[in-house]
Design a protein around this ligand. Structure first.
Ligand SMILES: C[S@@+](CC[C@H](N)C(=O)[O-])C[C@H]1O[C@@H](n2cnc3c(N)ncnc32)[C@H](O)[C@@H]1O
Length: 294
């Protein structure tokens, strides 16, 4: 019975992987219209403003042996960006060849090819003898069909004291945005939803290919799940990892988890306000940084 259950689960994960690869093969996520435009974007500091906890971690590491694994690197902005701005070594895996092709093409233009090794691989099939100081995965595991399974696969690959950095869709935070986009697409057509998306996400709207790649990913995805920090914290604990910081409280020190988990329930109202009152892009995404004990 247990065996049948794990076989069914493995088959489901495989199927999701195929659907997701096919989806991104048409147009990978965060895909600029030209290589030059990607290079220009990656030359800007990649995480300093958005993910200050990740920036502090990368900036403070003076160890030349510091090694990073990125899971689901897509077109390579983060792996190439981190190599360029922090001089660390990375392995970056993804299951979509079209995304990896772009990520690899960017490396020599940025001078990062000695730092990053891009590999085509499904996270569930990834094997290595290496142990990492940092394993990061931004906007990926919620497209795999088994977030906890992927975390459980990755946790043993951390060195003692190593960190896991995850970016995931947030359940209360995401609902409002998705429902509004789907309503527009249903009632007025996909193009109307795309136009509304471009109004909200003006950062990516200037480059049509880039805007389409974001819109498809954010609104038309064939497989996504949504999560809460409380749920992820429970999974981290099961894996022996300790939550250190999160975007949910804007990266403030974590003093009281109960308060933190109450705060995340406010995200639905925040999202509603951002979208309908402030006309602001609020896709509903959160991060969690966790550490493996020494
Ligand atoms: C939303 S994109 C994020 C890409 C990148 N992390 C970024 O922030 O630009 C999701 C990426 O995860 C990859 N992916 C999805 N499922 C995967 C899996 N099971 N193993 C490896 N990569 C996966 C997809 O191919 C896609 O490139």
């Amino acid at each position: 019975m247990v065996d049948a259950h794990s076989k069914a689960k493995a088959a489901q994960i495989q199927r999701v992987g195929e659907v997701v690869r096919n989806f991104y093969s048409e147009l990978p996520f965060n895909f600029h219209g030209s290589l030059e435009s990607s290079v220009e974007a990656i030359r800007r500091p990649p995480v300093q403003g958005t993910y200050p906890d990740l920036h502090t971690l990368l900036r403070s590491n003076g160890d030349p042996g510091f090694h990073v694994l990125e899971v689901g690197c897509g077109a390579g902005w983060l792996a190439n960006g981190i190599a360029l701005h922090y001089g660390v070594h990375l392995e970056a895996i993804d299951l979509t060849p079209a995304a990896l092709k772009r990520a690899r093409a960017l490396a020599p233009l940025l001078g990062t090819e000695k730092f990053v090794r891009f590999l085509e691989c499904n996270v569930f099939d990834f094997e290595t003898d290496r142990r990492y100081d940092l394993i990061m995965s931004m906007g990926v595991l919620h497209h795999t069909g088994d977030v906890f399974g992927a975390m459980a696969k990755l946790a043993p690959l951390l060195k003692p004291g190593g960190r896991m950095y995850l970016g995931l869709y947030h359940e209360p935070g995401r609902k409002v945005f998705l429902e509004e986009m789907w309503r527009l697409a249903r009632e007025n057509g996909e193009d109307a939803a795309f136009q509304r998306y471009c109004q909200l996400d003006s950062v990516h709207a200037a480059d049509d290919t880039l805007a389409r790649s974001w819109f498809r990913d954010q609104v038309l995805h064939p497989h996504e799940t949504q999560h809460t920090l409380q749920q992820v914290d429970g999974w981290l604990e099961l894996l022996g990892l300790k939550l250190e910081s999160t975007s949910i409280n804007r990266f403030a020190p974590i003093k009281n988890k109960k308060k933190l988990f109450r705060l995340e329930l406010e995200y639905e109202a925040r999202s509603r306000k951002a979208l309908f009152e402030e006309n602001r892009y609020f896709p509903g995404f959160f991060t969690a940084l966790a550490r493996k004990p020494l």
